[in-house]
Design a binder for this molecule. Sequence first.
Ligand code: SF4
Length: 322
Amino acid sequence: MPLLEVLDLKVHFPVQPGVFRPAQAWVKAVDGVSFSIAPGETLGLVGESGCGKTTLGRAIVRLTAPTSGSVLFDGEDIAKLSGAAWRARRRKVQMIFQDPYGSLNPRTTIEEAIGEALDIHRLAADRAARRARVAELLKSVGLDPAYAQRYPHEFSGGQRQRIGIARALAVEPELIVCDEPVSALDVSVQAQIINLLQDLQQQHGLAYLFIAHDLAVVEHISRRVMVMYLGRVVELADAPGLIRTPKHPYTQALISAVPTVDSQTKRQRIVLPGDVPSPIQPPLGCPFHPRCPVADARRCRNEVPALRELAPGHWTACHLAG
Ligand code: SF4
């Protein structure tokens, strides 16, 4: 059974009427997304800014309320839990952010920031046990336990990300939504954080939804990769299959932009025309058709392509693929 199963999830935000838009409209940030994650698996999630990947991650941990659909964790719909039932489940699904500084209170020490999570879920019997657990968590993410009495501004970006990971680990989660955890870091620090996440996954059997816009990073850490465009999944496959034989024209364009040092696999860069259309008024038919280099004028403009399994485990939403 999958650890996480997302079924037809939609997150739509209302846009108030204005001078240029007299009627109420909706931003369809996530528009009918379905996928699953197995225990201990890493699913990479890529797409351009504004494609809905962060909103999807936030909806899974319930930082954003879904409009409809289900988020099943261990078979239970956590989108519909409340009160004690939700509190009991909440610690199993955690999130780490692109800017951990924004999620740390600048006036509390690191011991307080991590200890707070232990207090909320009553995971430390007393003060001494809490202090010992914080020290253990700091060690597990490669930080000196003596740092526990320092404040967030005393750390570098990479160290803050380690603190964010320690805080997520404090409540013994089974799934962590990693929202662009290395995008703001130097390349050498990125590699250290990726290695740390992989080591922790091995030690604790964690599953990750790893959100990023850098396909090279996602390919390195993920078993499968999912590509989103304008709130929808356009391709989902195992990482090597998606990188070597992308079937959706959007994925092909994303992959063509990934630098390669191997002259054998030199790719021809596909430059897409125009920008991502507004999610308030997405194009009719295939949402990618205004930018698609191979669009079929009749079918692609009128018919929304369904996600189809073109090869075992390789799903694509394109009328012409395959
Ligand atoms: Fe391009 Fe048509 Fe496929 Fe959409 S359905 S990606 S427009 S070919």
